[in-house]
Design a protein around this ligand. Structure first.
Ligand code: SF4
Length: 357
């Protein structure tokens, strides 16, 4: 499609306004929708002019999520989309490790992220030297790395996974005859995955030079990083909500503590949560995850009633604003750059993740 035609086909300001008012009525005040519609209109025109695509994570604020991304979803779905695009520019409305994954899959494209401050407590909880130490401690054990890690950690790994396919990746390795699997860096996702598969879970010693405890039988060897949003939900929260709203269906992300997952009605990745809410009849739902996700699911399922526990927000996801998304396209900032050897080494574990459902 020619550039002029692509721009012509971008939604007009009136269409953008109408669509946002329709999707966000009852969620975002009308005056704010007006402001966001103008930003969305400019972003969509510029996107067409520059042959860019925008990928929007489920945790983006509702006005952004429902107006500018070409694709929305969890990190696995967006990684798949980034692997297939023929756009010249990929603008990732998500956090740094997600944009890095898009760069690894598209080394010759321009990959942008609207903020250079969108980190992640899980990704910063481990580094490449930690992984090399673990490989020395548990020789022969394959390394499965959650996609919430930086590229240098992925480059030391055998497989990547997301919360959506973590059990599938570990099951695949068990079926290949591996007994111990190093699973990094989220302790709770590791514990929840081990419980789902009925295998053991151990943590490496905290002190360098101390020999690890002997591991017998199939087990996950985990790490101590946590998601700063999901780790704060408690069983007490669930008990209190159930007392007040007996018809509630509670859905927990697998980065929550295993006791929280046990006390919930369902646990799954952000995409799986979305599918569960769409397919389930319940008086109301409570999602134990980043608060914007509840707003976005509510906009997609207006007939469902959603409760919120919004005291814990992700400070990293919240760095991504529509204003900075527009600036990213205007100025082609912030460009994701990675050393070529890291890209080459990190590609294989990501490709393996994409091949396992
Ligand atoms: S919600 Fe948790 S895992 Fe996701 S980006 Fe924020 S800190 Fe990282």
């Amino acid at each position: 499609m020619s550039k002029a035609l692509a721009i012509q086909e971008a939604p007009t300001l009136d269409e953008t306004r109408a669509s946002l008012h329709e999707k966000l009525k009852g969620i975002v005040p009308g005056a704010e929708i007006e402001l966001k519609a103008e930003l969305a209109f400019k972003i969509n025109r510029l996107k067409a002019e520059k042959n860019a695509i925008i990928l929007g994570h489920n945790y983006m604020e509702p006005a952004l999520y429902h107006s500018v991304p070409d694709h929305t979803g969890d990190s696995l779905a967006l990684a798949r989309e980034s692997a297939e695009t023929d756009a010249d520019i990929i603008l990732f409305c998500g956090v740094q490790f997600m944009a890095e994954t898009a760069k690894i899959l598209n080394p010759d494209k321009t990959v942008l992220i609207p903020s250079d401050k969108a980190g992640c407590s899980l990704a910063s909880g481990i580094n490449a030297a930690n992984v090399r130490d673990l490989k020395r401690m548990y020789p022969g054990a394959p390394v499965v790395t959650y996609v919430n890690t930086y590229a240098s950690v992925k480059a030391e790994s055998d497989y990547c996974c997301t919360s959506g396919n973590a059990p599938g990746v570990v099951r695949h390795l068990l079926s290949e005859g591996h007994e111990q699997i190093i699973f990094l860096p989220d302790e709770y996702l590791g514990r929840n995955t081990a419980r789902e598969l009925g295998i053991g879970f151990v943590l490496p010693p905290l002190i360098q030079g101390i020999a690890p405890e002997a591991v017998t039988g199939p087990a996950i060897i985990g790490w101590r990083a946590r998601c700063e949003v999901h780790e704060v939900f408690s069983v007490e929260d669930i008990t209190a909500v159930r007392k007040q709203f007996p018809d509630v269906s509670i859905v927990a992300h697998p980065e929550c503590h295993p006791d929280v997952v046990d006390a919930s009605d369902y646990s799954g990745s952000t995409k799986q949560m979305n599918d569960y809410v769409a397919a389930t009849d319940a008086g109301r739902f409570l999602l134990l995850t980043e608060c914007s996700m509840g707003d976005n699911i509510m906009a997609e399922n207006p007939e469902k009633d959603m409760l919120r526990l919004c005291s814990s927000r992700c400070p990293h996801m919240n760095q991504i604003t529509m204003e900075d998304t527009l600036r990213a396209l205007e100025e082609l900032r912030f460009q994701v750059e990675l050393p070529r050897d890291i890209i080459d080494q990190a590609r294989l574990p990501i490709d393996r993740m994409l091949a396992i459902h």
